[in-house]
Design a protein around this ligand. Structure first.
Ligand code: HAX
Length: 441
């Protein structure tokens, strides 16, 4: 752990010096223009954040510290006999900014194993909720219960020097990431498997152990979890879960509070809940049509019906991407390799052929292509994980890797309280009439 921490601190210090210099020389340089429609329409395309861990290109997709998903699949260390990257390696890359060796990944795995003990009161808190509560509700409540363990909160209350924020944030980050799989698996077994819980296996990697605790021992499912935990980890800083974690953290709310806030955002159907919505939507289509594998013509009609009813087609579209999401493609390749005959997976591929031209023909959608959520559920169903309302929790466990690595950077670089300016429509009208020149404080 100390080695990891020292490497992080050394990196953060040198980046901190660089940023100071950049701001000194170029601090007044304009980075773009903001137009009124951006202010009203969700700040699309407005650059307003620095997030070191990953960068999203609208045509190419996500790059983590400069590496695309196919590159990561090639370059990151893998489990013994496996083909998919170990997510611990991606976490190291996002945190330290350099590709890890096998030994580095082993170090992260062993730190996470050592810190994975979940205090009993967290399980008791989950138990106090009705089993019917949505898994994301149980997940967020459990994270809040875990907040009692925050070193950041404890040290801040005792009077912490701001130079030490990063250190306490780092400790909380490792504790949180280490404990999330146990919490998520507990919720899964509680809700769907008669509360027959499975103890962790300390010999497994982070994602493999997560699969094991949920009750999945097929090595291909462990591989799927490694891939899943890697590709969902980060998507630069402006998406709802990353932005919220960063925003709440900027108030110096501790890492547990910040992450729980981010997870509340992930639970929205336009964001992470879309993965459950996709499978739900396909199940409803199959039920309505009375067939297991609808034809392309049937899918076409069902898509049009969905749109006519004023609903979105889940898993399609994106606020930034303008091409097929490479995270979709990576899952499609996994499907082709391990389950090319699966009817649900084949339906997902047929939907991929049918939906884009229909969305395009509406003339208003900026991106008719599939995002990460269009594919993920079908792969899980193949292995028997049919409980689709749990899927966003899997996404949340993975997302911790990116947003928590970013939060460490936020505290190490001393990023400011986030507080953008807002306006009223009344003030906009006055401004348009030339009566209101400068926005007030
Ligand atoms: N089906 C039907 N209509 C869609 C659509 C879809 N999949 N995607 C966008 N539209 C509609 C919008 O609702 C909007 O309609 P109005 O003008 O009538 O309000 C119009 O097309 C323009 O939208 P846009 O500018 O192309 O897209 P936005 O940046 O506003 O929204 C969303 C991006 C991802 C929210 C949107 O595409 C959507 O709702 N998709 C379906 C839900 C989904 O898959 N979400 C997951 C996204 C990825 C993610 O965060 N994963 O966690």
């Amino acid at each position: 752990m100390e080695v990891l921490k020292e490497r992080f601190k050394a990196k953060a210090d040198s980046v901190g010096v660089e940023i100071k210099q950049i701001l000194k020389e170029h601090g007044s340089k304009k980075i773009g223009e903001v137009v009124l429609s951006q202010v009203y329409q969700g700040m699309r395309g407005m650059t307003g954040l620095v997030t070191e861990t990953s960068l999203l290109d609208s045509m190419e997709g996500i790059r983590f510290r400069g590496y695309s998903i196919p590159e990561l699949q090639q370059k990151l260390p893998k489990a013994k006999g496996g083909d998919e990257p170990l997510p611990e390696g991606l976490f190291y890359l996002m945190l330290i900014g350099e590709l890890p060796s096998e030994e580095d990944v082993h170090l992260v795995t062993s730190v996470l194993q050592r810190r994975s003990h979940v205090p009993n009161h967290v399980f008791a808190t989950i138990e106090s909720l009705p089993v019917s509560a949505h898994p994301m509700t149980q997940f967020v409540v459990a994270i809040m219960a875990l907040q009692t363990e925050s070193q950041f909160a404890r040290k801040y209350a005792a009077g912490m020097n701001k130079k030490d924020y990063w250190d306490a944030c780092f400790e909380d980050t490792m504790d949180l990431i280490a404990r999330l799989p146990r919490i998520a698996a507990y919720i899964y077994r509680r809700k769907y498997k008669n509360a027959e819980h499975i103890q962790p296996n300390g010999l497994l990697d982070w994602a493999g152990n997560f699969a094991h605790m949920m009750g999945y021992e097929d090595e291909r499912f462990h591989e799927l979890m490694r891939l899943y935990m890697t590709i969902h980890a980060d998507h630069e800083g402006g998406n709802v879960s990353a932005h919220t974690t960063h925003l709440v953290g900027s108030a110096l709310s501790d890492p547990f509070l910040s992450f729980a806030a981010g997870m509340n955002g992930l639970a929205g159907p336009l964001h992470g809940l879309a993965n459950q919505e996709v499978v739900k939507w396909i199940y409803e289509m199959r039920e309505e049509l009375g067939v297991e594998q609808p034809s392309k013509e049937q899918i076409d009609a069902y898509v049009r019906k969905t749109i006519t009813e004023g609903k979105v087609v889940p898993g399609y579209g994106h606020a930034v991407l303008r091409k097929t999401d490479p995270r979709f493609t990576a899952q499609m390749e996994f499907g082709k390799k391990h389950m090319s005959d699966d009817p649900l997976v084949n339906t997902v591929w047929n939907i991929y052929e049918v939906v884009p031209p229909i969305l395009q023909s509406l003339g208003k959608i900026k991106n008719p292509w599939p995002n990460v959520d269009a594919h993920s559920g079908s792969l899980l169903v193949h292995f028997g994980m049919t409980e689709y309302d749990f899927y966003t929790v899997l996404f949340g466990v993975s997302r911790s890797l990116g947003v928590m690595a970013s939060l460490c950077w936020d505290r190490a670089l001393g990023y400011a309280l986030e507080r953008p300016k807002s306006v009223t429509t009344e003030s906009v009208k006055l401004w348009l009439e030339g009566k209101h020149e400068i926005w007030g404080e």
